[in-house]
Ligand binder design. Structure first.
Ligand code: AMP
Length: 279
């Protein structure tokens, strides 16, 4: 596996590979890698000749500076995991390599993400998706990828990146990949590392509640079902940001329409967890 810390040699290497007919797959991450990430790496390897993984904890997508400070950094163990995976290139830039020296820089770009910006994660984490757009535009400029592999755990992020690709006329194809879960149903996440042992035991209730909603969709009025689901979570110590039934575009569904997804975000033990379930 080749390791690059700088954009220019990485881009030159990948352009040469592309010119030689190799297909480039790209898996952007913020590190503290788990099986969910490694699944994306394997999915990329099945459809690419060169698999690029980036690890970059992007400061501009953290609306809460404390969350950024506490984000787990595990570069050594991440590198070991990737060495044992089909990844062929690791991109490990630092903040100045991605954003340049802040002094004298142009202001960061602002993208029109429409309603996605003001719904759910967008409403609760102001600026978060602008940060995702800013970093993805820079990463994709450095990594000329044929395909981009991202997890459906961050469903809204997938819609945002799809829109970004269209806005910037980038030809990279976005491949959404399924949510990997622990045996007890908890969606794998780097943030799970921050849960106390007691909170970790409670955490699977988030997925159980999504399953409860799915299984009772026809059994009770929707408003009552959602209220019951939120109550279950609150009784177990969660603080719920939202739990909702939506269409594939994440818009709320009208009373007569079938929802496509149940989405949830909740705090447990000072850690914010998100999950979703296709219905
Ligand atoms: P992150 O490092 O959290 O920014 O995630 C990097 C990529 O891995 C994103 O595309 C995530 O959606 C994806 N990902 C994170 N957790 C999971 C999971 N449990 N299953 C599948 N993909 C995931």
């Amino acid at each position: 596996m080749l390791i690059f810390r700088n954009k220019a040699p990485l881009t030159a290497y990948l352009q040469e590979a592309r010119a030689a007919g190799q297909r480039i797959g790209f898996v952007p991450t913020m590190g503290a890698l788990h099986e969910g990430h490694l699944f994306l790496v394997r999915a990329a390897a099945a459809q690419s000749d060169v698999v690029v993984v980036s690890i970059f904890v992007n400061p501009t997508q953290f609306n809460d500076p404390e969350d950024f400070k506490k984000y787990p950094v595990r570069t050594d163990t991440d590198t070991e995991k990737l060495l044992a995976s089909p990844a062929s290139v690791l991109f490990l830039p630092d903040v100045s390599e991605i954003y340049g020296n802040v002094k004298g820089e142009e202001p960061l770009e602002h993208y029109d993400f429409g309603k996605l910006e003001t719904r759910w994660e967008g409403a609760l984490r102001p600026g978060h998706f602008q940060g995702v757009g800013q970093v993805m535009a820079r990463l994709l400029a450095a990594v000329p990828a044929d395909r981009l592999f991202m997890g459906l755990k961050d469903y809204q992020q997938i819609l945002i990146v799809k829109r970004l690709l269209a806005l910037l006329s980038i030809k990279t194809e976005l491949i959404p990949c399924p949510i990997l879960r622990e045996k007890d149903g908890l969606a794998m996440s780097s943030r799970n590392l921050r849960l106390s042992p007691a909170a970790r035991r409670q955490a699977p209730l988030l997925h159980e509640t999504l399953v409860f909603v799915r299984d009772h969709l026809d059994a009770m009025p929707r408003a009552k079902l959602i209220a019951r689901a939120i109550e279950r979570l609150e009784d177990a110590g969660f603080e719920v940001d939202y739990l909702a039934l939506t269409g594939e575009d994440l818009e709320p569904v009208a009373a007569g329409d079938l929802p496509a997804l149940c989405i949830v975000a909740a705090w447990l033990d000072g850690v914010r967890l998100i999950d979703n379930l296709a219905l």
